[in-house]
Design a protein around this ligand. Structure first.
Ligand code: GLN
Length: 485
């Protein structure tokens, strides 16, 4: 079989025409995973048997001529999504032996179209991290340079794509976990508006910030996937009941006359020269396509990291209280009494970063400190959201780097949590504001990809994707494949 195409739309054509079968394609990807996963470690679970069964069912549906666009498309999801009958670890030892009893809504919607699940992807434990080094299943290696991190926390979701182990993936983004790994691995990643995609069945990290989104090789594929997973879900009270547009319909609308803002606080000293250069070149591409580029200000940007790491840890300390060794997952020690069982299960089950965050969050919420930390952070969050509202009165979109650097070396930041947290500086404000953003490849730092961030108004994903598509059509960064691919 010839190598299957790297975009969903192309593969769909070939499946429909009968030139390829879903079973053949699935076999190809399973083999690819087998060959490359020892080096990349993007997959925690591979479900070969179920995948081949799903592919056979997809082929039957394709034969009727009535197959939806995702029918037979090989995908994989971050191990934070519940997937019925499969192990779901969330990158943690505490969920050892936990088997999902049901499907997360976002994944269920893909499955309903006949998409083929290849397996579950590696991630930072409970999505806490920026490098995928906080995983009970070991670190993921970046397919562009195996000595480097893929980014996090959806590191497996980005690396699997870059290594051609799947055609698209799902991730989650609480403070940058889709966009930053997408940037580090040279793929497209979309963080939708809070409420756009159901979080039902997605293991919670920080519930007021968590959002599900697609990673893909092209903007069109990301648009197709977003359309499939978005929309109201009665099972998630924070999902918003507003119509989902056809994101593919006007994807080629272009950017003529669009006003794009450059927030001055995002073009700072400390930005790696190659990132600065690639983003500057991207700005020129937009100018040449007819967009109007203006400078704007998001004056509270400097407070975003502190604000995020208070709110996210506070919510995490509450969400993670449910892992007590009683209801699911790991249970340590049986005969020392209940309290001891809780303590020992949590001590053995959680990794160092998760423990650090539970302690930080518990402290921020504790009586006497609540007003000074948690309440203050909530007020700052409102101010940060106002910054975005004000900027969006002037412009349609914002353009920024995704991260100050490209993929850093494995081990480079593990001893210095604050240094690691600072790498989220350009992504966390978007989650605090609740709006949508995406990352797309825009250049190179030697061997390594550079990511461009576009930030849109709430629920303006269609416009965001159009702007991304305009850039993709004018450049060829998305066509460059990692050496391992
Ligand atoms: N790196 C950030 C954190 O560690 C964001 C993670 C995420 O978006 N899940 O919290």
């Amino acid at each position: 079989m010839s190598f299957p195409p790297t975009s969903i739309t192309q593969l769909h054509q070939q499946l429909r025409s009968g030139r390829l079968s879903a079973v053949e394609v699935t076999r190809h990807f399973l083999q690819r995973i087998e060959q490359t996963n020892p080096q990349v470690n993007a997959f925690i679970t591979v479900c070969a048997e179920q995948a081949l069964q799903a592919a056979a069912a997809a082929d039957r549906q394709l034969a009727t001529g009535e197959a939806p666009p995702l029918c037979g498309i090989p995908l994989a999801v971050k191990d934070i999504f519940n997937t019925e009958g499969l192990a779901t670890s969330c990158g943690s030892r505490i969920l050892h032996n936990y088997i999902s009893p049901y499907d997360a809504t976002a994944f269920a919607r893909l499955k309903q179209q006949g998409a083929v699940l290849l397996g579950k992807l590696n991630m930072d434990e409970f999505a806490m991290g920026s490098s995928n080094e906080n995983s009970a299943s070991g670190p993921v290696h970046n397919p562009w340079d195996l000595q480097r991190v893929p980014g996090g926390s959806s590191g497996g979701s980005a690396a699997a794509l870059a290594a051609s182990q799947a055609l698209a993936t799902l991730g989650t983004d609480t403070g940058g976990s889709i966009r930053q790994p997408a940037a580090f691995c040279g793929v497209v990643g979309v963080k939708p508006t809070y409420g756009r995609v159901s979080r039902y069945g997605v293991i919670a990290y920080a519930s007021s910030l968590d959002q599900v989104g697609p990673l893909a090789n092209t903007v069109a594929d990301a648009a197709l996937l977003l359309g499939a997973i978005a929309g109201y879900d009665a099972a998630d009270s924070t999902s918003v009941d507003c119509p989902v547009p056809d994101y593919l319909a006007d994807l080629n609308a272009g950017v003529k006359g669009l006003k794009i803002g450059l927030p001055q606080e995002y073009f700072i000293e400390g930005l790696a020269p190659a990132v600065k250069q690639a983003v500057a070149a991207a700005i020129e591409v937009y100018r040449s396509l007819g967009a109007e580029i203006v400078e704007v200000s998001l004056p509270r940007t400097a407070y975003a990291i502190a604000c995020y790491y208070l709110i996210a840890t506070a919510e995490a300390s509450s969400n993670l209280a449910r892992y007590d060794g009683v209801r699911f997952g790991l249970r340590e020690q049986q005969d020392g009494g209940l309290l001891q069982m809780y303590e020992q299960s949590r001590a053995a089950g959680f990794g160092a970063e998760v423990k650090r965050r539970i302690m930080l969050g518990t402290y921020a919420l504790s009586s006497g400190y609540y007003d000074a930390y948690y309440l203050k952070a909530q007020k700052v969050r409102t101010l940060i959201r106002e910054d975005f509202n004000r900027a969006f009165e002037q412009v349609d979109l914002l353009l920024t780097p995704v991260a100050p650097t490209t993929a850093f070396a494995l081990g480079e930041k593990t001893d210095d949590p604050l240094h690691m947290y600072l790498s989220d500086i350009f992504t966390v404000p978007v989650n605090l504001a609740g709006t949508c953003a995406l990352s797309l490849p825009c250049g190179r730092d030697g061997q390594l990809p550079v990511g461009l961030q576009l930030i849109g108004k709430p629920f303006a994903e269609a416009q965001l994707l159009q702007a991304a598509q305009a850039f993709e059509s004018a450049t060829d960064w998305h066509l460059q494949r990692a050496p391992l691919a």
